[in-house]
Design a protein around this ligand. Structure first.
Ligand SMILES: NC(=O)C1=CN([C@@H]2O[C@H](COP(=O)(O)OP(=O)(O)OC[C@H]3O[C@@H](n4cnc5c(N)ncnc54)[C@H](OP(=O)(O)O)[C@@H]3O)[C@@H](O)[C@H]2O)C=CC1
Ligand SMILES: CC(=O)[C@@H](O)[C@H](O)COP(=O)(O)O
Ligand SMILES: [Mn+2]
Length: 391
């Protein structure tokens, strides 16, 4: 029986992870779970899965949850220290890192330092703290399994050994992108898109932030950096290919001309189950893939003129140091401002570009450098949003 700590239990990845736990009660037990504000959803999770420990974002939400679940024998906690603590708990074997954004970094690192199998959905933590993150994985000899569908596909398409996948004889990684809901829209048409339109991903059902990132192609930019850290390559060794159907989840091209890929219907239960059960495979309840029903798979180049975030991410990688944390922080502020109707859709990339070119980029020697860069870039981005710089 594997004990699971589910960081971000009330989100989209959280729900799919709970679905896999429900399908396999003989294999997995929910030991702990976290959420930020979603008290009612968490109360339902508590009743159904009876975890031992639950962490909420504030004292107020913790108290409200404890009131709703007064009859359950659960330790109700709150705040950053409690989050770090559940990830490192001795009853936990696997940590599912599914908090949205930079807030996921600290508990994910805490689980790694405690030697837990780490199922990484929270790409922002690896993007921002890349080298430090991978150094900790190596130092604690942790099994790190990518959950992000593309990276999971790459992992599955690499040569497998008893201790994981390895990059051997690889010539290129081919990262697929759906192109998002505005793949065929002109810049003029994109000026006035609404958050509701941008959240409507053509193939995947996901949280708001990653859905907006997919629409601006920032998701692919973050994933490009994520792939570089995970698979020890540079952006020059990664081709991004737009594949609107999201059936091929990414590919690996080998020196002999062979290209291996992982395919499947677009449902995160597949990579989640893969990570939870590796090296075995388990049932997911996802419908079998029918290529005959799909009929045709399409491919095209990404348009970096309409979607400049992809280039910005590659730039940030080559700038190195805190550049990736700065870009990520700017983007988190920009997406939030867009969702709250403070800026337009195209302003997201503009703000990202301005913050990345204005911020002071320094080397990353310790975690504090990343935390400081994140704070400084958020301040800069917020000033730009509220000073009317974008008008
Ligand atoms: N959804 C998907 O299919 C995929 C997601 N990912 C990545 O997985 C992560 C989660 O995505 P997704 O599930 O879509 O996101 P959601 O927005 O659906 O869920 C986010 C979860 O994180 C919690 N949370 C949000 N902010 C904070 C915070 N500041 N502190 C603590 N907890 C917080 C939320 O709690 P509350 O409900 O209380 O707000 C919720 O439980 C992201 O990094 C995303 O990029 C990667 C690949 C695919
Ligand atoms: C499910 C998943 O991994 C998302 O990152 C998804 O791939 C988004 O797709 P695009 O960013 O390619 O639109
Ligand atoms: Mn992805």
């Amino acid at each position: 029986m594997q004990g699971i700590c589910l960081l971000g239990a009330t989100g989209s990845i959280g729900q799919s992870t709970l679905d896999i736990i429900s399908l396999h009660p003989d294999k997995f037990r929910l030991i702990s779970a976290s959420a930020n504000h979603s008290v009612d959803k968490m109360a339902q999770i508590c009743r159904r899965f009876k975890p031992l420990r639950v962490v909420m974002g504030s004292e107020k939400t913790r108290d409200e949850l404890a009131r709703q679940c007064f009859d359950l024998d659960i330790s109700f906690e709150w705040g950053a220290q409690a989050l770090d603590s559940i990830a490192a708990d001795s009853a936990v074997d696997q940590v599912m890192a599914a908090i949205m954004g930079f807030a996921g970094l600290s508990p994910t690192l805490s689980g790694i330092r405690a030697g837990k199998r780490t199922l990484l959905a929270n790409k922002e933590s690896l993007v921002t703290a890349g080298k430090l993150f991978m150094d900790e994985v190596a130092r604690h000899d942790v099994m790190l399994l990518p959950i992000d569908s593309e990276h999971n596909a790459i992992y599955q398409s690499l040569p497998q050994t008893s201790v994981g996948a390895h990059k051997k004889d690889v010539s290129k990684i081919i990262l697929t992108a759906s192109g998002g809901p505005f793949r065929t829209w002109s810049l003029e048409e994109m000026v006035s898109v609404t958050p509701a339109q941008a959240c409507k991903h053509p193939n995947w059902s996901m949280g708001q932030k990653i859905s907006i990132d997919s629409a601006t192609l920032m998701n692919k930019g973050l994933e490009l950096i994520e792939a570089c850290w995970l698979f020890d390559v540079t952006p020059n060794e990664v081709d991004v290919v737009v594949h609107p159907e999201s059936i091929i989840h990414s590919m690996v091209s080998y020196r002999d001309g062979s290209v291996l890929s992982q395919m499947g219907n677009p449902d995160m239960k597949i990579p989640i189950a893969y990570g939870m059960s590796w090296p075995d495979r388990i049932e997911t309840s996802v419908a079998p893939l029918s290529l005959i029903d799909i009929g045709r798979l399409n491919f095209e180049s990404p348009d970096v003129v309409r979607f400049p975030n992809l280039t910005l991410a590659a730039d940030a990688w080559f700038m190195g140091g805190t550049a990736m944390a700065v870009l990520n922080a700017a983007n988190e502020v920009a997406v939030d401002a867009f969702l709250h109707h403070k800026i337009g859709f195209l302003d997201i990339a503009k703000l990202n570009e301005k913050v990345l070119s204005t911020a002071n980029i320094v080397a990353v020697n310790e975690l504090e450098d990343v935390l400081e860069a994140d704070k400084m870039a958020r301040r800069l981005a917020l000033n730009m949003v509220y000073s009317g710089w974008l008008l």
